[in-house]
Design a protein around this ligand. Structure first.
Ligand SMILES: [Zn+2]
Ligand SMILES: [Zn+2]
Length: 451
């Protein structure tokens, strides 16, 4: 029998063609990464300067304005912020030397002390290697964090002893969350005892207008006494979660009608809130009308009524279906009087708009404006008076976007080619346990973690 061996040799022409295509993909991807670095830089500046005010976060503004998915938007903001303190990683991305995916991964764990090492690993390995390393790295971090939390918890303590002169000395260490709670309680008690003067911003003790304002330390001492008294008076009952921070507002009719009017606008137990805030709280609330005589004595208390009756609220919910602020997708809202009821605005569907808590605040306290157009549509404006469109128009993109991107990278002094982002990995097995052991500053017993 005769056997014919046929060797199929690949046609050299398509191979060269494919190699060219691969290089083009690699080069274009490096250009995109370099451009992403510029994008992140601008996002960081926009975020730091609060350009997104009126939106719940910089990420939700990005989602609205640029069309990023919420998750991708949050990641972009996180990475942008992280790069502020990681100049080496930022530089490598700006030069297209490491991909955005790698940067996204290592910025989850990198600190100024470790960025060099992590960047070295990111340059050498593939994106999958980097993901694995970061996962293991976080595990070590979490263990260290748990150890630190445990250490802090053990070192908590408060010591109270009486000094020679009869004064008590309080000294202690509190865990971060207990400390934050104490600080909030002290602030609240201090505000109650020493409401801030409206103009001077200085604390003036209630009922003692002539006294010297006490120092912050003295105020805190008095606040601590109030906390102790209150706690004992309520038999140490912290109450149901919903009741703990309830507020009631007393407000003069003149203030509700016009924020510029002088008049009383205080929370039930003393702290003053701005006239704008009391207008927001009253916009959609239960209200009790109390009439005062010239001496401030209450002469008549009306029945409690809801500002927006339940039937109208249902109609409002049905019509608006959620917050009307451009780009907002929150379903649950408060009824906002476009012209405030206290200023004579009617409680009717056409004068109401559903706004979420965040955007109700934006409209009352942050200078955002809303008006109903003759055609019934709402028009929102920023504090600068710019109209906020429902869906922003996409920016103009040049016909040859790739050429424009290349030109911009080159104009930025960045040279990118098909090899720029190539990892130095040659196919050898990557031992993440070993990598953690040599790279992570806190790695103690790396062998245990990869069993
Ligand atoms: Zn309102
Ligand atoms: Zn909203």
């Amino acid at each position: 029998m005769e056997i014919h061996w046929i060797t199929v040799l690949p046609d050299p022409e398509p191979i060269t063609e494919l190699k060219r295509l691969a290089d083009e993909i690699a080069e274009l991807a490096a250009h995109l990464d370099a451009a992403t670095a510029r994008l992140l830089e601008r996002i960081r500046e926009f975020d730091a300067r609060g350009g997104w005010s009126g939106f719940p976060s910089c990420a939700s503004w990005l989602s609205y304005r640029v069309g990023l998915g919420p998750r991708a938007a949050r990641e972009k903001v996180r990475v942008a912020r992280a790069l502020a303190t990681l100049p080496r990683i930022a530089g490598a991305l700006a030069h297209g030397e490491v991909s955005y995916a790698k940067v996204r991964a290592i910025t989850r764990v990198a600190t100024p002390d470790t960025e060099e090492r992590l960047l070295g690993f990111a340059r050498a390995g593939t994106a999958a290697h980097v993901e694995r390393l970061v996962q293991a790295w976080r595990q070590v971090d979490r263990q260290a964090e748990a150890r630190e939390g445990e250490r802090q918890h053990r070192s908590r303590g408060v010591h109270v002893y009486q000094d020679d002169d009869g004064m008590f000395v309080v000294r202690g260490r509190l865990t971060p969350e207990t400390g934050a709670l104490l600080r909030r309680a002290l602030d609240a008690a201090r505000e109650t005892l020493y409401p801030r003067g409206r103009d001077a911003g200085t604390a003036v003790p209630r009922n003692h207008p002539a006294a010297d304002p006490p120092s912050l330390g003295q105020q805190q001492a008095d606040a601590l006494a109030l906390l102790a008294e209150t706690a004992l008076h309520h038999e140490l009952d912290p109450g149901a979660p919903g009741e703990r921070y309830q507020v009631v507002v007393h407000v003069d009719a003149a203030v509700l009608a016009d924020a510029e009017q002088p008049g009383q606008s205080v929370l039930d137990d003393g702290p003053r809130v701005s006239a704008e805030t009391s207008q927001r709280l009253a916009c959609d609330a239960s209200r009790v009308v109390m009439r005062h005589d010239a001496e401030g004595q209450i002469v008549e208390v009306g029945a409690r009524t809801r500002t927006i009756p339940p039937a109208l609220r249902r109609a409002l919910q049905h019509r608006d279906r959620g917050c009307q602020f451009p780009g907002c997708s929150v379903r649950i809202g408060q009824g906002h009087h476009i012209r405030h009821w206290a200023a004579g605005g009617p409680t009717t569907l056409s004068n109401l708009a559903l706004l979420c808590r965040r955007h109700h605040r934006a409209v009352h306290e942050e200078g955002y404006q809303v008006a109903r157009q003759p055609d019934g549509a709402l028009e929102f404006r920023t504090p600068h008076g710019w109209v906020l469109p429902d869906v922003p128009a996409p920016p103009a993109v040049p016909d040859d976007a790739v050429a424009a991107l290349r030109a911009a990278t080159v104009a930025n002094g960045v040279r990118v080619d098909a090899q720029t982002a190539r990892p130095s990995w040659l196919g050898e097995c990557v031992d993440v346990g070993y990598a953690i052991d040599v790279l992570h500053p806190l790695a103690t017993r790396p062998a245990m973690m990869f069993e």
